[in-house]
Structure formats: C-alpha cells, structure tokens
Design a protein around this ligand. Structure first.
Ligand SMILES: [Cu+2]
Length: 195
C-alpha cells in the first residue's frame, strides 16, 4: 500500500492541467493508458504544428475522442467525497478514478436523476441484510446505473462507463450503511450544445 500526501487538487485542474501527473501517479509502472488526456492532445497538436486556422478543429477532434478522467477521493473522517459536482458530456466515455484515503470502506454509485431517496431507502434495508456486505451494499435496482464495489482504505478503483445520453443531474452516492444522506454529489450530464 502506498500512502500519498500530495495536496488535493480540484478535479478540473487535475483533468485539464495535471492530468499527466495523475496518470503517472495512479498508473505508475503499468502498461499504456487507454485514453489520452487533454494535456497530451494539446502537446501533440503543439508539436505537430498545424496550419493556422486548423488548430481549433484539430483540438476539438482530438479531445472529443478522449475518455474524460475524473478523480474523486474520499475525505478522511468526514464521510464525504472531495467534490460535490462534476460535468460530463452525454454519450461520451468517462473514467472515474476513485481513491479512498479514509480509514473505512466506501463505494460510489451513480443513479438515475431524482432517485436518490429510492436508492437510499434500499441501501438502508441492505444495512440490515446479512448479505449486505457481500453485495457491497449496492441495491439491486434499475435506478442504479453504475457502481464500484466497496473500496478498502488506501485503495483506488476505476469505474469506466459511457455517460448517459440524456442530459440531467445524476446523483453519485456512497451506500455504505449510514452514508447515503451525507456522502453524495451530482454528475451533471450535458448535451453537445452545452460545450
Ligand atoms: Cu461512504
């Protein structure tokens, strides 16, 4: 296990400015990264020196194909994620890198808009289910779109998915017993016109 002491950087900075650093830190020593990040795309375009006027188109083309990487950490002793909202593009690939520096387990579920209470109520039931932990406290509901298993302290897990096609505010939430009312945020899905 690796204990990390780097300062927490906001998600936007990480994705768009420090993406390469995140990549190296998380994937240290591993095989090539499937999706390149914006900073790489910018560098490639810079070195390729496109003709004036082509730059904007090339940047758009290069970045649209990339998987958007979103870094989410738990906050020690606070039963919280370190961000309350992030924005993704409808129908585009997203990779959440979920890091748990806390002293207890947490998970991360993304649920349909407006269904947080429904999923939360089911999570409360799972808390008393002898098999709850085995099920990672993930309710078996169609409202749950994507989920990580329980993530142990000091562990990092990736959740890769295609963002929903329908724009809206999709809650993300931890369903470990007692957490869902506090440990939550919003994944905002925006259509292409919003960029
Ligand atoms: Cu939690």
């Amino acid at each position: 296990m690796v204990v990390r002491n780097e300062p927490i950087i906001s998600v936007n900075e990480k994705v768009f400015i420090h993406g390469g650093i995140v990549h190296q830190r998380i994937y240290h020593g591993n095989s090539p990264f499937a999706g390149k990040i914006l900073a790489d795309a910018l560098m490639e375009n810079y070195w390729n020196k496109p003709a004036a006027g082509e730059m904007n188109t090339m940047l758009t083309d290069a970045t649209e194909e990339k998987t958007q990487v979103v870094q989410i950490r738990t906050v020690k002793n606070e039963m919280k994620y370190d961000l309350s909202e992030f924005v993704v593009k409808a129908g585009k690939p997203v990779k959440i890198v979920f890091e748990n520096p806390d002293f207890m387990q947490h998970n991360l579920l993304i649920v349909q808009p407006g269904t947080l209470e429904t999923v939360g109520a089911a999570a409360d039931q799972l808390a008393t289910d002898p098999q709850g932990a085995e099920k990672n406290y993930i309710p078996e509901l169609s409202e749950v779109l994507f989920s990580t298993p329980l993530v142990d302290p000091e562990q990092t897990i990736e959740l890769t998915f295609m963002a929903p096609d329908t724009p809206g505010e999709y809650p993300f939430v931890c369903t470990f017993p007692g957490h869902w009312r506090i440990m939550q945020g919003i994944m905002k899905v925006v259509g292409p016109e919003a960029s």
